[in-house]
Design a protein around this ligand. Structure first.
Ligand SMILES: Cc1cc2nc3c(=O)[nH]c(=O)nc-3n(C[C@H](O)[C@H](O)[C@H](O)COP(=O)(O)OP(=O)(O)OC[C@H]3O[C@@H](n4cnc5c(N)ncnc54)[C@H](O)[C@@H]3O)c2cc1C
Length: 405
């Protein structure tokens, strides 16, 4: 595939430096601050931010080329690249005011990974059942609620918080996004904003996944991210931006799988048993062929999704293509990394090789950012022309709650 471009080349260079340090972040569970600085210096943080706001105006396709390379070396850093170019920051760049864009762009370009705050203890897949509210009071809003599993919670400065918007009388207007910018690392957080706890995860260990609590948190009205359609359709528009995040997340999974496959190919040629290289055993050859087919198909689907656009002039990837690509890539990646680990025998199970870490890391991608089941429901809903509550963009406040099946 002759797709090399400058973002991909920059990512390949960085990946060489990141690979030897990837185990460090896994063991220490520390955030990879030095990598963020290098990513920012190489122009991979905020590359998709428009030039008018200091970015490079790169496409989502450029971004996925870079993300794949970084993911082969360090899953953690690849997640940072996704969130600095897709998802939350894309929503802000598409729907935010000029002032919001001027506020957020420099932070991302300097290395901040925005946190997108949707999930709650009682509202995971059923995101539209969120209980967090933003009630209009005077010139602003008061936010109340709890968000959990927030990637970067406690280290990110930009927070895009999703909440049910209530007018002064308490009437619901829809779901909106609210920007809160603070610096939890330096303890510079507003009154009513609390980082409650950090989860202990099986993989992606250097990335904080945190619970955040808001208690009468004051947010100025200017910090509401309101798509042109207003709050009533706001959630649908904001979730369209999330389609880009899904393509990015799927690309990380595919990149990890591609990295595992590269390692497996080398090992099969190096390791000898029964007087022959492992590569000569047909049982393993067929596994390699299947792994390659899975990675290649994932890559094509993800790149196609990155280039796609949803209906009605959406600046974001098509929902169905994004869901299908993330679903296929995430499930394929788990199998590919597992097969690569198998080929390494005991070495694969130990921490001399990175495969056990890659396996723990990649396991997340059928869960976070839309589970495999929800993605299947979305794809099927789209194919069959059925509107389901799981089609997050399909939410309207007055819609009756329909049973999942
Ligand atoms: C590492 C990680 C990072 C995350 N980062 C963020 C973040 O930055 N911001 C954020 O807002 N959230 C984040 N999340 C949360 C993530 O989006 C949710 O975990 C996900 O949406 C699923 O919600 P849940 O975990 O509550 O599972 P549930 O919704 O409770 O689902 C449990 C199981 O039931 C299945 N299920 C649920 N409904 C249906 C249905 N209708 N049909 C069939 N099966 C169904 C699910 O697929 C799953 O297998 C993160 C999660 C992880 C693991």
């Amino acid at each position: 595939m002759t797709t090399e471009n400058r973002f991909q080349i920059a990512a390949q260079e960085l990946a060489k430096r990141f690979a030897p340090r990837a185990a460090e972040w896994d063991k220490s569970r520390e955030y990879c601050w030095p990598n963020m600085a290098e990513l920012a210096e190489a122009g991979l943080m905020g590359m998709t931010i428009p030039k008018a706001y200091g970015g490079q105006g790169a496409s989502f396709h450029d971004a996925v080329l870079a993300i794949e390379e970084i993911a082969k070396a360090c899953t953690l850093s690849a997640r940072i690249v996704v969130e600095a170019n897709m998802g939350g920051i894309s929503a802000i760049m598409a729907y935010g005011s000029d002032a919001q864009k001027r506020l957020c762009a420099p932070l991302v370009l300097a290395g901040d990974k925005p946190a997108i705050c949707i999930s709650e203890p009682e509202a995971g897949s059923a995101a539209t059942e969120m209980a967090t509210t933003a009630r209009r009071v005077g010139s602003g809003y008061l936010l109340n609620g709890t968000k959990h599993w927030i990637t970067g919670g406690g280290v990110s400065k930009i927070h895009l918080i999703f909440a049910r918007v209530l007018d002064e009388r308490g009437q619901e207007e829809g779901i909106g996004g609210f920007l809160v910018i603070c610096d939890p690392v330096k303890g510079d957080i507003p009154k009513g904003f609390e980082v409650v706890r950090r989860e202990h995860t099986m993989g992606l260990c250097g990335m904080p996944e945190a619970e955040l609590r808001f208690t009468d948190l004051e947010v100025e009205a200017e910090m509401a991210v309101v798509p042109p359609s207003g709050f009533a359709r706001g959630f649908a528009d904001l979730m369209n931006a999330y389609n880009s995040q899904r393509v990015g997340a799927g690309t990380i999974a595919m990149g990890v799988a591609a990295g595992a496959l590269d390692r497996a190919k080398d090992y099969l040629n190096d390791r000898h048993q029964f007087g022959r290289p492992l590569a000569e055993f047909q049982g393993l050859q067929w596994m390699v062929a299947d792994m390659d087919a899975g990675v290649h198909a994932s890559r094509l689907m993800l790149r196609e999704a990155a280039l796609s656009r949803g209906p009605n002039g959406s600046p974001f990837p098509d929902m169905m293509m994004a869901a299908r690509a993330k679903l296929f890539a995430s499930e394929t990646a788990i199998k590919v990394v597992n097969d690569a680990l198998q080929m390494f025998g005991a070495r694969g199970y130990g921490d001399q090789e990175p495969l056990e870490r890659m396996y723990r890391d990649v396991r997340m991608f059928t869960i976070g950012g839309g589970t495999a089941q929800i993605l299947r429901t979305q794809v099927a809903g789209s194919l069959l022309g059925i509107k389901t509550p799981q089609t997050r963009g399909g939410y309207v406040p007055e819609a009756p709650r329909i049973a999942a099946e």
